[in-house]
Every structure is written in structure tokens, then in C-alpha cells.
Design a protein around this ligand. Structure first.
Ligand code: ADP
Length: 472
């Protein structure tokens, strides 16, 4: 059964029970009041009649009459009065008690015996029960008993009428309460329907939709807000997954493309070797040299790809407190050997060292890439300056050169995988060096920045947090 019907049913039962109890209580109180009013009228009339009773004679000749002026008042509302002697013989009675009055009841007897007023029910005026009040009347001679009575019939009739009205009124109240409860439940649960239909319309590919929030502070509003938060996180996760997939597809395509070039070259040279190499030693040597160079390039590419993939997989770093200046000094020595006399590398090692938390092998690799690029992209006679500095909580390695420089548009792209600034330098490298260097710095919680002016030179700055990064 839907919640709205269950709520309505529960409310109907609760309100119905309350109304039933209330109705019964009202009915009994009203009935009691009606009966009590009959009784008090009868008692008052009996006392008034006793006071206005006219008695004459004595003994068996006692004569009793009711004040004729009073009788009319006394018998209003069907009250009847009669007076008996102690034998039960009726000495006088009001005309509205035309029949009855026989010695059938014991109320007068009780009063006569005790000398005290007595009350009870009897059937004096009709078959319906009457309330009878008997009052002993003291006389000079024979004691008398005055009885006054009234039928309960009229009071019961009024009570029945009241009960009919009460039942209808409570019935209407119950119906109104049920309708109200249903409407309330429906209004309260309407946002749930909205949430359900909104959720139904959502598909896997469309996570941008949000559930409607009618009132942020009620339970359903809070539920929808929480669900929306969950949807936002799911959407972000899906978007991220899509990005990663797209990136991996692009990476695989680029890598295959890059690998194909040396492989095609090797195949071409092998064919040439097979055809002419045996007869012409010069051709053979050129072919072998070319194959060797392409194989080296292939090896370099595969090596770089492996490094990048390992970094992507979050390979653990072997971090510790090390001197960046020392690592840089080693890399500078290697770079000097490669550069020879072609370019001048200026490096002043800071006194006392520059300590930071990092993985020395990985940072050596990154520094090597920056120095290698500086040497590669600086024409003969150029100059490279290497500096290690401390700044607040960071350590910086700056590699500046007087090389070709990079255009403003290309500057952000040089960190992309397989990107090479222009085709004239294409043969020089794999286009993966700076991606690896940036990956290494970021895995240490640091960053890699580049500044460049075409024709003047470039500066690459590797920045590391002194105390290690958030992503070790
Ligand atoms: P590559 O193997 O081609 O050097 P990198 O990722 O290291 O790949 O560099 C990407 C591109 O950025 C290079 O092709 C080059 O065009 C440019 N570049 C990198 N370092 C320098 C530099 N010091 N001076 C000028 N251009 C540079």
C-alpha cells in the first residue's frame, strides 16, 4: 500500500477513535444531565407542593387538597403529584395522573417507614419508567406521604435527538479529517514523486541533471540535496574517467605513431642492406649506422614511455632528506661532458647545500632532462646558467639558456606528451622529456615552470617543497 494511503488510514483510525470516545463521553454527560434535570424538577415540585398542601380534618377523616392556584405551576412538564395515607390509599392526585397510582411501588413505603424523603423509579403514569420522589408530610393526626413524579420519556427523547445530531456531526468531522489527512499526505509526498520521476529520467550518460529541491530544510529536501551531492561526485568521477580514457587513447595513438617512425626506418635500411650491402661496403656501413641510430631512438622512446607509465601508475618514490645542490652538481658534470666546447655551462654551487625532501634518482632524471634540453636547443657558443636557490618553504632549480626560445603560444604545449615545438627540431628528441620532468616534480608536490623569449633564450624552473609534498 502506498505511504500516502497508509498515513491516511492511520490518521483516520486515530481521529476516528478520538471522536468515538469524545462522542460517547458527550452522550453520557448529556443524558445524565437530562435525567438529573427531570429529578431535580420533581424534587423541587414535591417540596413546593408539600408546603402548599391544605389539610383539614384528622384521623380517618383527614382531607387533603392541593392549592388550586399552585397546581397549574406544579404540574408543568408532566409532573404529577399524589398524596397517600400510611395505608397507601390515595387522598388526592393531580389530574394528569388519570390512571395508575396503585399501590405498586415501594418508594412511598420507604418514605413512610423511615420518615425521610425517598426516591426511585416506578411505573405510575404510564408503562415508561417515572422518577418518583416521596416526601413524608407531618400532620397533627395521621402521617401522610406526598409523591411527585415525572416520566423519563421526554428526557430520553431529547437525548436520542442529541445522539442523532452528535453521530452526524462526528461522522462529518471524521470525513473531513480523513480528506484533510489524505491531502496533507499527498502534499507532503509530492516532492517524492518529483524526485522519483526526475531520477527515472536520468540515464547513465546524463548525470548533469539534479533532483528538484522544494524545501531544503525538510526531510525530503535533505534527501534530494544529499542525492544531488552524490550525483555531482558521480558526474565528476565519470567525467574524469572519460578524460582518462580519452587521454589513454590519445597516448596509445601517439606512442604507436612515434614508434612506427624508427621501425619503418629500420625496415627500409635493412632492405637496402639486403639488396646492396653485400656488394657495396660503403652502403652497408651507412645502413648499419642508420639502423643503430634508429634503434637507439627506439630504445630511448620505449625507455621514456616506460618512465611515464610508471609515473602514471603512481610508482612509489624513495624519498628522504637530500642536498639538491649536490644532485644538480652531478647532473651539470654529465651535461658538461655532453656539451663539450659547444656551449658554456655556468654553475656556482651554493655553500652549505640546499636541503629538501625528495627522491634523488627521480630528481636527477628531471634535472638531466632540463639540462639536456638547454644544451640541445642552444646554438653553438651559447651559454647556460644553472642556479639552485631557497625561497621560503621551497627549493628552486633554475636552468636558463641563450637558446632558440619558445613562442608564447607554444610555451604551455611543451609539457604535453610527444609535443615538439617546431619541426626543425623534431629529429632532436622524443617530445617526452618535459612531460616526464613535470610528472616527477608534481609527484613530489612541486611544479615545473617555463619562461621564454624567442631568439633570446628560455628559463625552466623546477620547484620543490622543502618538506615534501602532499602526494609523496
Ligand atoms: P624533446 O625530446 O623534443 O626535447 P621535450 O618534452 O623535452 O621533448 O621538449 C618539448 C619541446 O620543447 C622540444 O621539442 C623543444 O621544441 C621545446 N624545448 C624544450 N626545452 C627547450 C629549451 N631549453 N629551449 C628551447 N626549446 C625547448
Amino acid at each position: 500500500m502506498p505511504i500516502r494511503w497508509r498515513l491516511t488510514l492511520f490518521n483516520a483510525l486515530a481521529i476516528g477513535s478520538i471522536l468515538a470516545v469524545l462522542g460517547l463521553a458527550l452522550f453520557f454527560v448529556f443524558r445524565q444531565q437530562q435525567l438529573r434535570s427531570v429529578e431535580s424538577t420533581v424534587e423541587t415540585r414535591a417540596r413546593t407542593a408539600a408546603e402548599t398542601l391544605e389539610i383539614s380534618g384528622s384521623g380517618p377523616n383527614t382531607r387533603v387538597t392541593l392549592d388550586t392556584e399552585e397546581v397549574e405551576q406544579l404540574t408543568l412538564d408532566g409532573v404529577f403529584i399524589l398524596v397517600r395515607d400510611t395505608n397507601g390509599d390515595i387522598l388526592t392526585q393531580t389530574v394528569n395522573l388519570s390512571s395508575g397510582g396503585e399501590d405498586r411501588d415501594s418508594v412511598w413505603r420507604e418514605a413512610a417507614a423511615s420518615g425521610q424523603p425517598a426516591s426511585g423509579t416506578a411505573e405510575l403514569s404510564s408503562e415508561a419508567p417515572d422518577y418518583v420522589y416521596a416526601l413524608p408530610v407531618a400532620t397533627d393526626g395521621q402521617p401522610l406521604v406526598l409523591e411527585a413524579g415525572r416520566s423519563y420519556a421526554a428526557a430520553e427523547e431529547v437525548t436520542e435527538g442529541f445522539a442523532a445530531i452528535l453521530v452526524s456531526a462526528l461522522g462529518v468531522a471524521l470525513l473531513v479529517a480523513i480528506a484533510g489527512a489524505y491531502l496533507l499526505a499527498r502534499t507532503a509526498l509530492r516532492p517524492v514523486d518529483a524526485v522519483v520521476s526526475a531520477a527515472r529520467e536520468m540515464t547513465e550518460g546524463d548525470l548533469s541533471r539534479r533532483l528538484p529541491v522544494v524545501n531544503r530544510r525538510d526531510e525530503i529536501g535533505r534527501l534530494a540535496t544529499t542525492m544531488n551531492g552524490l550525483l555531482a561526485r558521480l558526474e565528476a568521477a565519470f567525467t574524469r574517467r572519460e578524460e582518462v580514457l580519452a587521454y589513454q587513447r590519445r597516448f596509445a595513438a601517439d606512442a604507436s605513431h612515434e614508434l612506427r617512425t624508427p621501425v619503418t626506418a629500420i625496415r627500409g635500411h635493412s632492405r637496402m642492406l639486403k639488396k646492396w650491402g653485400l656488394e657495396d661496403p660503403g652502403t652497408a656501413r651507412r645502413g648499419i649506422d642508420a639502423i643503430e641510430a634508429e634503434s637507439e631512438r627506439l630504445e630511448q622512446l620505449v625507455e621514456s614511455l616506460l618512465v611515464l607509465t610508471r609515473g602514471d601508475d603512481g610508482a612509489p618514490l624513495d624519498i628522504g632528506l637530500h642536498d639538491l645542490a649536490e644532485v644538480v652538481a652531478e647532473a651539470v658534470a654529465t651535461a658538461k661532458a655532453t656539451a663539450g666546447e659547444r656551449v658554456r655551462i655556468e654553475h656556482t654551487r651554493p655553500p652549505g647545500g640546499v636541503m629538501a625532501v625528495f627522491d634523488p634518482d627521480r630528481i636527477r632524471e628531471a634535472v638531466g632532462i632540463l639540462l639536456d634540453n638547454a644544451v640541445k636547443y642552444t646554438p653553438d657558443g651559447g651559454r647556460i646558467e644553472v642556479r639552485v636557490v631557497e625561497r621560503d618553504d621551497e627549493v628552486l632549480l633554475k636552468v636558463s639558456d641563450t637558446g632558440l626560445g619558445i613562442t608564447e603560444e607554444e610555451l604551455p604545449l611543451v609539457f604535453e606528451r610527444f609535443y615538439r615545438a617546431d619541426s626543425s627540431r623534431a629529429a632532436e628528441g622524443t617530445g617526452l622529456g618535459l612531460s616526464i620532468a613535470r610528472q616527477i616534480s608534481e609527484s613530489h608536490g612541486g611544479r615545473l615552470e617555463a619562461n621564454s623569449v624567442v631568439g633570446e633564450g628560455s628559463t625552466f624552473t623546477l620547484i620543490l617543497p622543502k618538506h615534501g609534498g602532499s602526494e609523496p
